[in-house]
Write a protein that binds this ligand. Structure first.
Ligand SMILES: C[S@@+](CC[C@H](N)C(=O)[O-])C[C@H]1O[C@@H](n2cnc3c(N)ncnc32)[C@H](O)[C@@H]1O
Length: 412
């Protein structure tokens, strides 16, 4: 057994008493972050003094940045997806009482335009099969609402930013999408009746109220949100950091772009399926559209992470009794090549004694478990980290082998 494995401990965590989230609505601005990860991040941040500089190389919806800022830390976070950065910036921003009032007033003017229908609606976004997402009434409403927000507010203003966050909530609230599963699915077609008999303007009004309630509770710390590729953090961020708390992509073929499509199209971050595929290919663990076809001819760089365990896993997946075995083995290999580049790139921005926490789940392909947590631990060990532990946090779903871990290590 390797020393890493010998040290890997499985620690079941006790129930959390989670009070923080009830103080602010900001964590719930979009329905994208599962509550458990907020709890875990919160617990990890609370444990550290305020003078610790925090880094999250995989920002997503900004959970770490927001928690760190609320606890008075300086936090820097990066992501490759510009929509998520826009959203994290909105979430972690400071808002004055005057800005909150101005946004409330802007909302009233927006709804006035919508009620009187005195504005030209924006075109429907080019989302494939858009009629699966919204019924005609909700779609018309969203098109008018989007146009009115632009009409009433100035480019790059706080009012526009906060109203667009509320717009994101409304567009999902009125949609047929179901985010209760691990990845997005559609409810029964019957659910497309949503919004047929309700006052749609009151839906938006409530969402604005929810967003403004969260926005009025300002964090004391500062969050910096930066567009960048975590395979080379030192290109965009300046260390040293004392604490890394992050949830990287999992090697489970979940596509963030697929999940985020409706927001990204409505807000203009995407305008066609090709760009969506390109962004997914640029992301670690991306697997959607063009990303999958590129994996067919993809091969590992000469200098990759050497691990007998990984070689064995890749071999089993490639030889599974399934025609997609080879491409999925490539998918897993690329995921670990990218994460290896990330961990190598991380070291130069860490302070001596820095503590890192990677919240990540394992996955399975054709019955073969990909032990992501152990492979991370092996990579940390190869780079010279110490105190490496894989702490089990929770089972992910009914499949008993799928578990979420906090992979912990110390630098120097
Ligand atoms: C599991 S999510 C992060 C979830 C996050 N903790 C939250 O609060 O939502 C992983 C994130 O990694 C980002 N990502 C993927 N590849 C990346 C890369 N090469 N550089 C930076 N970010 C990347 C994705 O866009 C996604 O937002």
């Amino acid at each position: 057994m390797s020393t890493v494995l010998a040290r890997a401990q499985l620690r079941q965590r006790a129930d959390y008493t989670y009070k923080f989230n009830s103080k602010t609505g900001r964590h719930g601005w979009l329905r994208l972050t599962p509550a458990y990860s907020v709890k875990i991040v919160e617990e990890l941040i609370v444990d550290h003094d305020q003078d610790k500089r925090v880094f999250d190389p995989f920002c997503g919806t900004g959970t770490t940045a927001l928690s760190a800022a609320y606890h008075g830390h300086e936090c820097v976070t990066t992501d490759i997806n510009p929509f998520l950065l826009w959203f994290a910036l909105a979430k972690t921003g400071q808002y004055s009482p005057q800005q909150i009032v101005a946004t409330r007033e802007a909302c009233a003017s927006v709804l006035d335009f919508v009620r009187r229908q005195s504005i030209k609606p924006v075109p429907a976004p080019p989302i494939h099969n858009i009629e699966r997402w919204w019924n005609a009434r909700s779609l018309d409403f969203l098109r008018l609402l989007r146009a009115a927000i632009v009409e009433v507010t100035q480019d790059d203003s706080i009012e526009r930013r906060l109203l667009l966050v509320a717009f994101c909530r409304s567009l999902i609230g009125l949609s047929n999408a179901d985010f209760n599963h691990q990845s997005m699915s559609f409810k029964d077609n019957g659910q497309l009746d949503i919004g047929l008999d309700i006052d749609l303007t009151s839906v938006f009004n409530q969402d604005v109220r929810f967003v403004l309630q969260g926005a009025s509770e300002n964090p004391t710390g500062v969050a910096r949100v930066i567009l960048g590729d975590s395979r080379n953090p030192s290109e965009v961020v300046e260390g040293p950091f004392d604490l890394v708390v992050t949830s990287p992509p999992y090697a489970n073929r979940m596509s963030y772009i697929r999940e985020l499509r409706p927001y990204m199209y409505w807000l203009g971050f995407l305008s066609n399926g090709r760009d969506a595929g390109e962004l997914d290919w640029a992301a670690i663990g991306g697997t959607w559209g063009i990303a999958t076809s590129r994996l067919v001819d993809w091969s590992r760089k000469e200098q990759h992470f050497e691990s007998d365990r990984l070689t064995h896993v890749l071999d089993k997946i490639a030889h599974a009794d399934n025609k997609s075995g080879v491409v999925l083995a490539n998918y897993v290999a690329k995921y670990f090549d990218d994460m290896w580049a990330h961990f190598q790139g991380l070291v130069p921005v860490l302070a001596s004694g820095a503590e890192v926490h990677y919240i990540v789940g394992n996955s399975t392909f054709y019955g073969t478990v990909v032990p992501t947590e152990i492979l991370y631990a092996e990579m940390f060990e190869a780079l010279g980290f110490t105190g490496i532990e894989c702490r089990a946090i929770r089972k992910r779903n009914s499949k008993k082998e799928l578990v979420e871990y906090d992979v912990v290590a110390r630098w120097g």
